[in-house]
Write a protein that binds this ligand. Structure first.
Ligand SMILES: O=C(O)CCC(=O)C(=O)O
Ligand SMILES: [Fe+2]
Length: 359
């Protein structure tokens, strides 16, 4: 428990104090440590890593090729990078630069924007996604923005720092459009109506989280963000050139190597349910390094809390597909159970599996 008077500890302040040893709360259990990964034994050969999909090719003339690429990226990986996505490079760079400007502020100026650490997903500056007395802490600070629907968007709560507020608003709108485009492609590639997934998730809630991972004195013992899958429908992420995001594929942690100008797509749990497991939500984590701070910006695109999420009728038995693999769930209940249990390295979605047909 934090003492009432002491401000919550920020990872960046700990890092700046220049410790040689990682404080105990940040030491991961041996099985979760990045040093334990078997990654070096089998780094992906060129062309075998996380897919890169060129959306420029997504036109009717080459539709079949891209459709196959989308099917492979969503079905086998649940995470991929996209290029030629239509978002101006300049906007991506201004978003990263805005995030960096905030984290460069002196600690007491940042603290003026602190979120309410007792309430999950509260807006503002904070140090971890969930709090559970026995959990190991992430080597990460963040700033969470509530951006959509517009009724939740209140830029006066965001850093008053040059064009910061304009950039976040512009970025939010651009990422909403891109998420819609991708969900349409995902629907179409499963022969669903293009608007199927969008309609299934109802009014969209978007949060934008800037994550800051300070240099870590013992990165082999820590994680910037522990293994998890995202709860909502789809996450669009950009990162600077440092690298650290990894996705789990067939038991191996595969790095998503920074690709300038690319956007990383991470399918989240509700898309896996709606597609009846044809498309998978990606289990991912962030590792840290001793030398350079890393910054990423995630735009989470989530269903309304009141919507019931179910496997799509055309994809289950009766509609021509396989038996339903997941029980339906009201999204708000899914979120509450996630915050109660925490990710614990497991996929929350597995609790909804019928007969555990997929592991
Ligand atoms: O910073 C990253 O690369 C990952 C962030 C992430 O997975 C999340 O915020 O859910
Ligand atoms: Fe994530």
């Amino acid at each position: 428990m934090e003492a009432k008077t002491a401000p919550p500890q920020r990872v960046q302040s700990i890092a700046e104090a220049g410790l040689k040893q990682l404080p105990r709360e940040y030491i991961q259990p041996p099985e979760a440590r990045p040093a334990g990964r078997r990654m070096n034994e089998s780094l992906p050969a060129p062309g075998e890593g996380v897919p890169v999909v060129d959306l420029f090719l997504f036109d009717p003339a080459s539709f079949e090729d891209v459709r196959r690429e989308i099917q492979r990226a969503c079905g086998e990986w649940g995470a991929f990078q996209i290029v030629n996505h239509g978002i101006p490079r300049d906007l991506l760079e201004r978003m990263i630069a805005a995030g960096r400007r905030f984290f460069d502020l002196p600690q007491d100026e940042k603290r003026a924007y602190s979120c309410d650490s007792r309430s999950p997903a509260s807006e503002g500056y904070g140090s971890r996604m969930l709090s559970k007395d026995d959990s190991v802490l992430d080597w990460r600070d963040y700033f969470d923005h509530h951006t959509l629907p517009l009724s939740r968007r209140n830029p006066s709560r965001w850093p008053d720092l040059g064009d910061y507020r304009e950039v976040v608003a512009e970025y939010s709108d651009a990422m909403r459009e891109l998420a819609q485009k991708l969900l349409r492609m995902a629907s179409e590639s499963l022969s669903l109506a293009p608007s199927f997934i969008e309609e299934a998730i109802g009014e969209v809630y978007q949060n934008i989280t800037v994550s800051f991972y300070p240099p870590c004195p013992q990165p082999e013992l820590a994680l910037g963000l522990q293994s998890h899958s995202d709860m909502g429908a789809i996450t669009l992420l950009i990162q600077d050139d440092v690298g650290g995001l990894e996705v789990l594929k067939d038991g191996l942690w595969i790095p998503i190597v920074p690709l300038p100008g690319a956007v990383i797509v991470i399918l989240a749990d509700q898309t896996e349910i709606i597609t009846n497991g044809e498309y998978r939500s990606s289990v991912h984590r962030a590792v840290v390094n001793p030398d350079r701070p890393r910054l990423s910006v995630a735009a989470f695109y989530d269903p309304s809390k009141s919507v019931e999420i179910l496997p799509a009728a055309p994809l289950v038995a009766g509609g021509g597909g396989s038996p339903a693999r997941y029980r339906g769930v009201v999204y708000g209940d899914y979120v509450s159970s996630w915050y109660r249990k925490g990710p614990d390295g497991k996929r929350n979605i597995d609790a909804l599996l019928i007969d555990n047909q997929r592991s």
